[in-house]
Design a protein around this ligand. Structure first.
Ligand code: 4NP
Length: 165
């Protein structure tokens, strides 16, 4: 298996860093969007002890850039997306502190992959949302512009709640 951290930008990682992996199905729409939003929010708050990455439960798009629609909508709100898609590995459960899933299916699939002695706590990313009652991040892949905007709305709300904690 390839180095699961080959995607993480090379930057200094303090020893007390909190590592967060976002998980969706294809790793080209929702989870790389989450990664970009949380990274920018952390930067804005002056928090440099976080490491963010993302992965998919499927390997359909391994090595590909994010969906151009996700990149376009994220950029309109000031988020930069440079992630290359990868599939989650068992090592991720040992290395990350949190695995935050976009929907219940990702959550169930992640739980089915847990190796012995995992470090990661698996949660729905929407557990952190501060506004509205978002229960999951809907898959926008076969959707329209509004669906891509909704993904960002939900993830911005989740990021706000996450850092407030
Ligand atoms: P994501 O969206 O899980 O948010 O990255 C999808 C991307 C690709 C596919 C499904 C969902 N696909 O079927 O290829």
């Amino acid at each position: 298996m390839d180095n699961p951290f080959s995607n993480i930008e090379t930057r200094q990682q303090p020893s007390d860093s909190i590592k967060v992996l976002f998980l969706c199905l294809g790793n080209i729409c929702r989870s790389p969007t989450a990664e970009s939003i949380f990274r920018k929010k952390a930067e804005n708050l002056g928090l440099n002890n976080f490491v963010f990455d993302s992965a998919g439960t499927a390997d359909y798009h391994t090595g590909e850039k994010s969906d151009p629609r996700s990149i376009e909508h994220a950029e309109k709100r000031g988020y930069s997306m440079t992630h290359l898609a990868r599939q989650i590995t068992s090592q991720d459960f040992l290395e990350f502190d949190y695995i935050l899933t976009m929907d219940k299916k990702n959550f169930t699939n992640a739980n089915a992959l847990i190796p012995t002695n995992p470090k990661a706590e698996i949660k729905m990313v929407t557990d952190f949302c501060i506004s509205k009652n978002y229960l999951f991040v809907p898959d926008p892949y076969y959707g329209n512009e509004n669906d891509f905007e909704l993904v960002i709305d939900i993830l911005e709300s989740a990021a706000e709640g996450f850092f407030a904690k």
